[in-house]
Design a binder for this molecule. Sequence first.
Ligand code: PLP
Length: 396
Amino acid sequence: MNLNRSLSRLVSSQTLALNQKAKALAASGRKIYNFTAGEPDGNTPDHVQSAAIHAIQSGKNRYTDTAGIIELREAICRKAKNIYHRTYSTDEVIVSSGGKQAIFNALYTLLNPEDEVVILTPAWVSYPSLVQMLGANVVEVSSTIEQGFVPDVSAIASAITDKTKLLILNSPCNPSGAVYTQAFVNELVDLLEKHPNVFVISDDIYEYYVFEGEFVTLSKHPKFPKERLIIINGVSKSHAMTGWRIGYALADQRIVSPMKKIQSQVTSNPCSISQYAALEAIKTEDEKPNPFKESFKQRRDIAFTELSECADLRVILPQGAFYIFPNVEKVISKSNLQTDVELCDFLLDTCGVATVPGSAFGLPGHLRLSYGLPIEELRKGISLMKEGLSKLEKKA
Ligand SMILES: Cc1ncc(COP(=O)(O)O)c(C=O)c1O
């Protein structure tokens, strides 16, 4: 069939596909320990649910402003002032159907075919796919577990050419859980000062989940100019609202205006009811802080301790998000398996443990475990995984 040629560059989200496979196996009656989901396991807080019910019952059933209801944009601007110490007007905010659509709108606004986009790997699966869908080129700068999954700024410097249009940052990071240090951000800002044509998307969607120290992001750096910055955030992860589909971008009006045009043609506006729910979530976040953070921290510690006990895994304590990203190269090299993808298949088929291979995030030789499972399941799943690893057939 004569379809769009660019489809050949398009791959489905591996994390969603693996999550669906795990759910299908569970639906067929098998007990599956599902570590693939990129979402909190709890329910949306009651007061947020009530705001949505109220919105439904009070006739909020119509199209909204393309960029989102004004009250929500005002609340986002206030939040931006509090956490980033940056001033944005309501014309510099766009609410979208999830952080993902906000990122897509931003990429569509910024990129021409052949532009280069620097991505720090391991990185969220969708960044490279979205960039490639638009005909631009991905330049990966990878880092290792020894580096805490954050590359040296000198490596980023070497990746920047005169074709570089954009750098995508993500702290705390999916999949590694790494949180940037202030020293890294300072050095990066100094580097970017020398490259005034390079934009930055700072994907701060895991802002809530920082377990040690402060939430460090380039978005907060007073020296990085607003004209070159697109901040992405949302309520999916912070308030267990992944299904409600509300994310947003903050940027200079010259960037937000085309983003609105794109959105007006593609989705008109994000779901009206979800916007009222997100308004309640953001408006009240100081007095009703995220109820999930402490329980994630506890589960992070359990996952780290349990995985550390396995001599063939290398693991570091993630500082944020809700993922842990063990290195499995030693396991693979001792076995008959060739890749982390094969290891994931083995773990799912043999042990009923669903994980995502590091190669989906641009760093083969690792697994991503999303540890938001009830504690008993978390312990049991990791113990089955360790048992399975110990039984792997040894290399002939
Ligand atoms: C790093 C990162 N950015 C953005 C998103 C998109 O979130 P949303 O559900 O709001 O579209 C995700 C979701 O997994 C993510 O991990």
